[in-house]
Design a protein around this ligand. Structure first.
Ligand SMILES: Nc1nc2c(c(=O)[nH]1)N[C@H]1C(S)=C(S)[C@@H](COP(=O)(O)O)O[C@H]1N2
Ligand SMILES: [Mo]
Length: 430
């Protein structure tokens, strides 16, 4: 394990050999027994008998922390990057610590970041959003203008980078769900429908595509079908109830629900209306999937249903025998999650997980399995099924269709091996 908590080793297990040796056939997911057994009290236990400092000394007052931050004992709950992953530290990515979170909302300071030209620090009074191209009336809006439009909306949506799990195409590689699945976040957005602005400018009848452009040094540009832009795209200025963070596109970003993260242009400064796509770098050489026969899948847009068990996982091993809570996240770019199944024997037997919290379209959805662990080795998997009936595929099923040249759009089923001592590893059943 390196400092970032990951290993570059590829762990592959032989399915027959492993399952045979472990004798997991009878290991069903038993419902957890009631009552979590706690350790008997030590006598005398200083944690009970002593008066701790925090009970002796007056604490900070209300003026000490005008903007709050997490407890000093939560310093390990941070975004992490992988040094060798990209050529530069600015044009790079870090990952959401999914194994440290619960519920469905990602705290703003923990949302993974993906920048192609570093973080633009924009003075909102100097920012403008232009609508041009095939419109009756080209327009320029200030941020204040945007906030005066009627019809403001609130939505929770997941944003997943198309490269999430991209390092796993050729086998298990990164040891932690933060690194294998952490290019996803889910926040509450406040803004207005993109349609409101397009209506204001008046779209010409031959319009079919939109080009979204960012104000950062990368000048990010992506072509978006007009239908999608009119259906549910948003221009937002707020996440989780406060202004967007600079990392997430302050002062305005485009929200493209259910579609690959690259299209969610941050620091949004221009929408051009056109009659055909622009074929920009991010939709030609990048974010396309090279198939085995040499052809490329392009403009795939929608992020298919996917899920991952966040606990246990390599960064969050099992520590106790007896009752344990397994939990994870599921999402689909096609709508709501319909069901999540969990297996502890490498996909032989499945049990329906309990979903808790809101099940919203194109949002992360939280699932749980309360189970008893007797110390046996486990091969944990989860499988998402969305409301359209689409079933999350195995990695081998994906490879049959897509080959192994891809980086992007890997929504295959993840396997975690839990060893008898509770340590957990990223493996693949081959
Ligand atoms: N202007 C601009 N928008 C951008 C990017 C960028 O580099 N510049 N990166 C894109 C990519 S590849 C992804 S995955 C998402 C990441 O959003 P996040 O940083 O909020 O996680 O933003 C997209 N929008
Ligand atoms: Mo991305």
């Amino acid at each position: 394990m390196t400092e970032t908590g990951m290993s570059r080793e590829t762990a592959r297990l032989n399915r027959r050999g492993f399952l045979g040796a472990a004798g997991l056939a009878g290991a069903g997911l038993a419902t957890a027994a009631t009552g979590v057994r706690a350790a008997p009290p030590a006598t005398p236990d200083p944690l009970i008998t002593d008066v701790q400092d925090w009970a002796r000394v007056l604490g900070d007052g209300v003026q000490a922390r005008p903007y709050g931050s997490p407890s000093q004992f939560e310093k390990h709950v941070v975004r992490r990057d992988v040094e060798w992953l990209t050529a530069s530290r600015e044009s790079s990515v870090n990952f959401t610590p999914l194994h440290e979170l619960d519920g469905i909302i990602t705290p703003s300071g923990l949302c993974f970041e993906r920048h192609h030209g570093g973080i633009a620090e924009i003075d909102p009074s100097k920012h403008r959003l232009m609508i041009n191209g095939l419109v009756d009336k080209p327009m320029v809006f200030t941020v204040e203008d945007l906030k005066r439009f009627p019809g403001r909306q609130n939505h929770a949506y997941f944003l997943e980078c198309a490269a999430n799990s991209g390092m796993e195409w050729r086998g298990a590689q990164l040891n932690g769900c933060q690194f294998t699945h952490g290019m996803v976040h889910n926040v509450w957005y406040t803004g207005i429908p993109l349609k409101t602005l397009l209506d204001e400018a008046g779209i010409r009848t031959n319009a079919k595509w939109l080009l979204a452009e960012g104000a950062d040094s990368s000048g990010m540009t992506r072509s978006i079908p007009l239908d999608k832009g009119l259906k549910d795209c948003l221009v937002v200025w707020s996440m989780n109830g406060e202004a967007l963070r600079p990392e997430q596109g302050y002062p305005v970003r485009l929200v493209v629900p259910g579609w690959e993260g690259n299209m969610w242009v941050k620091w949004l400064r221009r929408i051009e209306v056109g009659d055909q796509p622009w074929h920009q770098r991010e939709e030609t050489s990048k974010y396309t999937d090279l198939l085995a026969d040499g052809r490329s899948r392009r403009f795939t847009f929608i992020m298919d249903a996917k899920s991952v068990v966040t606990n246990p996982s390599p960064q969050a091993p099992l520590k106790h025998k007896g009752p344990n809570v397994l939990t994870g996240l599921a999402w689909s770019g096609r709508g709501k999650i319909g069901r999540v199944d969990v297996s502890i024997d490498g996909g032989r037997n499945w049990r329906t997980a309990r979903i808790d919290g809101p099940v919203l379209p194109m949002s992360l959805t939280r699932f749980y399995v309360d189970f008893d662990w007797n110390g046996q080795e486990l091969m944990i998997q989860s499988r998402a099924i969305d409301e359209t009936g689409y079933v999350q595929p195995t990695k081998d099923e994906l490879r049959k269709v897509r080959g192994v040249n891809s980086i992007y759009h890997n929504n295959g089923i993840q396997t975690w091996l839990v060893r008898a001592n509770g340590e957990t590893e990223n493996v693949e059943i081959g």
